[in-house]
Ligand binder design. Structure first.
Ligand SMILES: *Cc1c(COP(=O)(O)O)cnc(C)c1O
Length: 369
C-alpha cells in the first residue's frame, strides 16, 4: 500500500473498525428468512426517528427517492413550482422532476454557499407550492428565515438532509425543522450503507403513512393500491448495517469536526476561503470545502501529490444541458455560478488521519509562496 496516497474517500477503515458487528448483523438477516421490509427496517426507522427527534421515519431506496416521495405525499406535482438552489448537483432537481413539478432556483449567499432566504420573496410566485432548502456540505441553511417565509405563505418545507446527518440548528436535528426531512445513505454520506438507501422523516403521521404506502406500489395494509405508488424500498441487509453505523454516528461526526478544525487552523485562509457558518448551527462536515480563485492550479498540485479531491459541483444545475428547458441563462444565479468555478472538496472521512490533513495543508499552503 502506498502510504503517500491520500484517497478522497474510503469506507474500508470504518468497516475494519466495526467488522464483527457488521458481519453479525448481515448474518442475522440472512438467517432470518426475510430480506425485504422486515424487523431490521422497522427497528432502524424507529432508531433513526429517535436520533433525529421526530415521530415517524420511512426507509426508502435512495435520497433522491426520499425527496420524490416527500413531494408526492404533499401532493405536489404537475403545474407546481418547488423553490430550491442550483449549486447542489442533480439529484435534488431530478427528484422534483420525478414528482412532476418544476424547479425554480433561488441564488445562494456567497458567504455561506447556502440558500439565500432573503431572495425567496423575489422567486416565489403563484405556482410556488414548496420550499426545498439543501443543507449542503453538512452545513445547515438559515432555517429561521426559511421557516418564517414559508409560514407567511403557508408553504410546506422539505429539507434535503442528504449531506447533513447530525447537523443541528438551535440544538434540533436537521430534518426535524421542516415538514418532511429527506436523508440519503449512499456510502459516502455521514451515515452510509454498503449500497443504496434513503429515509423520509416527519412529525406528521398522515404524511408518514402516505410515504409508507407510496414506497411500495401504493399498497395499504389491506394489500390494495388506494393511491399510485412506486417501488422504492430499503432492504433488510442495508438496514442492519445502517443500525450499526448509526450507533457510531455521533463519534464519526466528532471525528469529521476535528479534522475540519485541523484544516481550518492550518490552511492559509486568504488563499482558501471556507464558507461561513449559519447562526446557531452545528456543522456536520460531510465535506470540507474551500473556494480557490485558481482552482485548476490547486487541483493539479493535489494530483501530483496523489491527494484525492472532489468538486461539489462543477456546474450549477441551471446551466446543465438536461435542464436548459427550464429557461435559465448564465448570469441568472451569479453566486451559484461563481461558486461552481471555485469550490474544491478536500479529503475528509472518519478513517482519515490527522497527519494526512497536515500533508494536504502543507501542499496547499506551498502554493502561496
Ligand atoms: C446524495 C445527495 C442526494 C441524493 O441521494 P441518493 O441516495 O444518491 O439518491 C440528494 N441531495 C443531495 C444534496 C445529495 O448530496
Amino acid at each position: 500500500m502506498d502510504l503517500r496516497r491520500i484517497p478522497f474517500f474510503d469506507y474500508r477503515p470504518m468497516y475494519e473498525q466495526h467488522r464483527e458487528e457488521i458481519k453479525a448483523a448481515i448474518d442475522r438477516v440472512l438467517n432470518s428468512g426475510q430480506l425485504i421490509l422486515g424487523p431490521e427496517v422497522q427497528a432502524f426507522e424507529e432508531e433513526f426517528a429517535a436520533y433525529v427527534g421526530v415521530s415517524g421515519a420511512v426507509g426508502v431506496n435512495s435520497g433522491t427517492d426520499a425527496l420524490t416521495l416527500a413531494l408526492r405525499a404533499l401532493e405536489i406535482g404537475t403545474g407546481d413550482d418547488v423553490i430550491t438552489v442550483a449549486n447542489v448537483g442533480v439529484p435534488t432537481v431530478a427528484a422534483i422532476r420525478a414528482a412532476g413539478a418544476t424547479p425554480r432556483f433561488v441564488d445562494i449567499r456567497s458567504d455561506t454557499l447556502l440558500m439565500d432566504p432573503s431572495a425567496l420573496e423575489d422567486v416565489a410566485g403563484e405556482r410556488t407550492r414548496c420550499i426545498l432548502p439543501v443543507h449542503l456540505y453538512g452545513q445547515p441553511v438559515d432555517m429561521d428565515s426559511v421557516l418564517t417565509f414559508a409560514s407567511k405563505r403557508c408553504l410546506p418545507v422539505v429539507e434535503d438532509c442528504a449531506q447533513a446527518h447530525g447537523a443541528r440548528v438551535h440544538g434540533k436535528h436537521v430534518g426535524s425543522l421542516g415538514t418532511i426531512g429527506c436523508f440519503s445513505f449512499y456510502p459516502t454520506k455521514n451515515l452510509g450503507a454498503f449500497g443504496d438507501g434513503g429515509m423520509c422523516v416527519t412529525d406528521d403521521p398522515a404524511l408518514a403513512k402516505r410515504i409508507r404506502s407510496q414506497r411500495m406500489y401504493g399498497f395499504a395494509a389491506d394489500g390494495h393500491a388506494h393511491v399510485e405508488g412506486l417501488n422504492t424500498r430499503l432492504d433488510e441487509i442495508q438496514a442492519s448495517i445502517l443500525r450499526v453505523h448509526l450507533r457510531h454516528l455521533d463519534a464519526t461526526i466528532e471525528k469529521r469536526q476535528a479534522l475540519a478544525q485541523r484544516y481550518l487552523s492550518g490552511l492559509n485562509r486568504l488563499l482558501y476561503r471556507h464558507p461561513d457558518g449559519s447562526p446557531n448551527a452545528v456543522h456536520a462536515y460531510h465535506l470540507f470545502v474551500v473556494e480557490a480563485s485558481d482552482r485548476p492550479r490547486v487541483c493539479s498540485a493535489l494530483e501530483s501529490e496523489d491527494i484525492g479531491y472532489g468538486i461539489h459541483y462543477p456546474e450549477a444545475v441551471h446551466e446543465m444541458e438536461a435542464y436548459r428547458f427550464l429557461g435559465y441563462q448564465r448570469g441568472d444565479l451569479p453566486a451559484s455560478e461563481l461558486s461552481a468555478a471555485r469550490v474544491v472538496s478536500l479529503p475528509l472521512h472518519p478513517g482519515l488521519h490527522m497527519d494526512a490533513v497536515d500533508r494536504v495543508v502543507e501542499v496547499l499552503n506551498r502554493l502561496a509562496r
